[in-house]
Write a protein that binds this ligand. Sequence first.
Ligand code: F3S
Length: 81
Amino acid sequence: VNYTIIDKDTCIACGACGAAAPEIYDYDDEGLAYVVIDNNQGNKNIPESLQEDVIDAFEGCPSDSLKISEKPFHGDPLKFE
Ligand code: F3S
């Protein structure tokens, strides 16, 4: 897994992803998650040391809003669906 992005249309602000990977995910004013390393564009390579945290966050998202991929998302969370 090299890239990640949040689908803010389906995020329910549960707060799990930022707990699992605080260096990657944070929350906006409404509590919706976004990827801090590239302003939720899904274009920046996740550092290897954080990839396990990202997988934990992916597995813990209750609404499947947290997307991961081997390829960049170019700002579109649904790019590979
Ligand atoms: Fe939202 Fe899923 Fe994170 S619901 S707050 S993207 S764990």
